[in-house]
Structures are given as C-alpha cells and as structure tokens.
Design a protein around this ligand. Structure first.
Ligand SMILES: *Cc1c(COP(=O)(O)O)cnc(C)c1O
Length: 437
C-alpha cells in the first residue's frame, strides 16, 4: 500500500482514489510542475534521504525515542502503552521533519527564498528556523489578528531573521494569510518556494509531506520490534491536516495486523456542531477547495463552516487526501475526542508520566487511554506524541480553572504590550513562548 502511494503514475497523478489532485490557477502550473519533478528526483535519489536523516539526527534529536508508559498502563489496565516522542524535535513538534525536508529540496532546486503562512505560529517558527539554518530568506504571512494573539511566536520568527507580514485583509486570520502568501508566490515563484505546513493542498504537497514525515513511522516500526519483539496492535495519532498521523501510519501501512486510528477534534461534542471532526463526525462532505479534493466541513452550498477545537492545530476544515482515501479503503479508523476529554487525558499524562503533551497530541492519548482496556496485556499500543504542550499554557490553565496563574501571566503580557515596560515582564512573556487566546 505504501509503494502504491509513491508510484507516481501518469494520468491521474496526485490522486488517491477520488481525492487529491491539483486544482490550481494557471499561473501556478509551472512552479508546481517544477516542484513535482524536483520531489520525484529527490525521492529516487538515496543520497537525498541520507542527507535528510543526517541533518535530522544532528539537528533535531532523531531518531526520537519511544517511551514505555508503565504508570498509564497500570492505571488503565489492558494493552501496554508506548509513546513516540515527536515532542523532542527541535521547535517542539513533528513540524520540524516537514520544514527541514522541504528546505533541503529548496536548496536542491536552487531557490533562495521561502514563504509560509501560519495561524497559531508554530509552523511559522519552524519554517523561520529552517531558513536560518539553511541560509534562505524567509517571509511569514500571518493574519493581523493572529499576530496580536501570538506575540511570542512573532518575536521568535523575527529573531530568526524572518520578515513577518501582518495581513490586514478580510477577517485578519489564517485564510487571509493564505491568500496573501499565494499572491506573493505568484509574483516570486522563480526564486521562492511555498513551504506548506501539512499533508494538504495541491499535488505534490500531500505526498511530499507524507514522505518527510514517514521518518516517524519508519523509526517507530523498528523501535517497537526491538523493544517489544512484535508490532503494536494499534497506532494512534491526532489529525489536523494529517501530517503527523500520515507520518507514523506510513511505517505500518503494509502491516495488516496493525490497526491505525486517527483522532479528530470533537470540540464541544459532535452533536454541538462545534468541532472539526470531518470524518469521525460524519459531517464533512467531499468537495474541492484550497487546491485539492477531500472531505471539508462545509454546508450544502459548499460554504466552509466554522470549526472549533480547543487546540489550534486541529481546528482545520479539510483533511489530507491520502488519509481520506485510507478512510475509504477502511485502512484507517477515525475517532474523535472532545475538549473536555482531552483536558482529562492531558492531566492524567502529566501526573502519571511527567510528559506535557500538546493539546493536539492529547486527542490521540485520550482515545488510546479509553481503548487500552479493550486489549489484553500482551498487546502493545503506540501513541504519537506529536508535540510538547508548553505553548498551550494559557489554554490549559483556563481549562483547568487555574485562574490564579492564568490571570497572573495574562496580566504580565498585557502590561508589556501596553507600556513596553520592564525587562522582567518582557522575559516572563518571552519565556512563555505560548499562545494567548
Ligand atoms: C500542527 C500540529 C498538529 C496538527 O497538524 P497535523 O498536520 O495534523 O499533524 C498536531 N500536533 C502538533 C503538536 C502540532 O503542532
């Protein structure tokens, strides 16, 4: 099945069953064709992958370890629980795998500049980090509203040498930033690459990003065999656009005995209508937007609906076309976890294992903790911990009702924003590196 993905058939190139493709304006045809051929040549060249693995092992903690969670296992009863530690990547999440891979490809194409758009700022920081390391110019587009909310990330992007453009159009959020980035690309594509952040968008992005992220699954499969002598029974990952899930699933696609479980954002619950469970919620429908065909959260007229999740990284209207296809093939089972469930899972994980998961990753943990008792103790299950939770401090403090810390930190940040005051308050804010909702 994995081979099938990467055969580059001509004809319906970039389609996975009915999903995917490249629905793009004429002006971008040439640059996407160039990207496709650079990707295909890199994919055929073993030296490229060796360079990538070398870079990731000297710069981003790869191979990331797998941790056996004996306390969670004892607490839940049932299958033994293992966690793949993508939180240990440089910049704190699996996003590093994608941006560093695309960076090497940009060098191979001989381009000198990268652009990206970012909402919560994590992909912007990762891209700016890659640009600093690989000597590329970098412009990050961000809705002006998000620039206000994500000051610490903006600070780091600028320190890393990126130009951050606050987009004042429309609702001043992510979709306006995407439009601005696309306008830039149409003007600059001769020397500029658009670093897409997940397994969505037009071909070849879904396949290319899956390839870079497959380093997670390739490592994890070998590590589980070595640690436990067998493959895990189930692999759990959260699904926003779908890149960390595609990455870990890629290692196990051809192992029919390994069940793959993608966990979407159930928000306030599937009945509330306020969630981002495009597949598990049964409320997504197939359409074409943002350059590709997949399940979108849309109404009968094709208008995109508002989605909600407590975690910014999962609050997404589309889903990677490869995952949509794997869903239709019944190779991936989709579930969802509500905001309340993931806060509980977060707390259980911090208290019992000393791990601080990102709220995104806590979706996968929540589902796995619920299901672990269904399986016998000789079975192992594997959870992808896509990132660390430091960035979520305000959201978590508010959700846990810890008003004391929430008010304290928030007041410090507001004070600085208004008066540009003392170094101490400034440092409190910077040390945060956290999103402020
Ligand atoms: C961005 C992000 C996600 C969501 O993106 P995917 O493409 O679905 O992986 C998940 N977890 C973390 C920690 C993130 O930063």
């Amino acid at each position: 099945m994995l081979k099938e993905l990467f055969t580059f058939p001509s004809g319906r190139e970039g389609f996975f069953g009915p999903f995917g493709g490249a629905f793009i304006p004429e002006i971008l045809h040439e640059t996407l064709a160039e990207l496709r051929s650079a990707f295909e040549s890199a994919h055929r060249d073993p030296a490229f992958w060796d360079d990538y693995v070398r870079l990731m092992s000297t710069y981003s903690c790869r191979p990331t370890p797998i941790t056996f969670c004996e306390n969670l296992t004892r607490l839940q009863g049932g299958a033994r629980i293992y966690i793949k530690r993508e939180d240990l990547n440089h910049t704190g999440a699996h996003k590093a795998n994608n941006v560093m891979g695309q960076g090497l490809l940009v060098k191979r194409m001989g381009k000198r500049r990268v652009i990206a758009e970012t909402g919560a700022g994590q992909h912007g920081v990762a891209t700016a980090t890659m640009a600093a390391k690989l000597g590329l110019q970098c412009t990050i587009y961000m809705g002006a509203e998000d620039v206000e909310r994500q000051r610490p990330n903006v600070f780091w992007m600028e320190q890393l040498g990126a130009t951050v453009v606050a987009v004042e159009d429309g609702t001043r959020t992510l979709k306006d930033a995407i439009n601005a980035a696309l306008r830039d690309w149409a003007d600059s594509m001769a020397d500029t690459h658009y670093v897409l952040g997940t397994v969505c968008g037009p071909h070849p992005f879904p396949l290319m990003v899956t390839w870079f992220q497959s380093i997670i699954g390739t490592e994890a499969r070998a590590q589980m065999l070595e640690m436990t002598g067998a493959l895990p029974k189930r692999v759990y990952a959260c699904v926003g656009g779908g890149s960390n899930a595609s990455g870990i699933f890629a290692g196990f696609l051809d192992d029919a005995g390994v069940e793959l479980v993608g966990v979407e954002a159930g928000g306030y619950g599937l009945d509330s209508g306020r969630h981002a469970a495009r597949i598990a919620g049964g409320q997504g429908s197939v359409g074409v937007a943002q350059g590709y065909k997949t399940y979108f959260m849309q109404d009968a007229e094709g208008q995109m609906r508002d989605t909600h999740s407590i975690s910014a990284g999962l609050d997404y209207i589309g889903i990677g076309p490869i995952l949509a296809w794997l869903h239709e093939q019944k190779r991936v089972r989709f579930e969802s976890a509500t905001d309340a469930e993931i806060i509980a899972a977060f707390r259980t994980t911090v208290r019992n294992e000393g791990l601080i998961p990102a709220l995104e990753s806590a979706h996968a943990i929540s589902c796995a903790l619920h299901e672990a008792p269904q399986l016998p103790a000789q079975d192992a299950i594997l959870i992808n911990l896509s990132g660390r939770g430091d960035k979520d401090i305000f959201t978590i403090a508010a959700a846990l009702g810890d008003e004391r810390w929430y008010d304290f930190l928030r007041a410090k940040v507001e004070e600085h924003d208004k008066k540009n005051v003392s170094r101490e308050t400034y440092l409190v804010k910077v040390a945060g590196g956290w999103s402020i909702e």
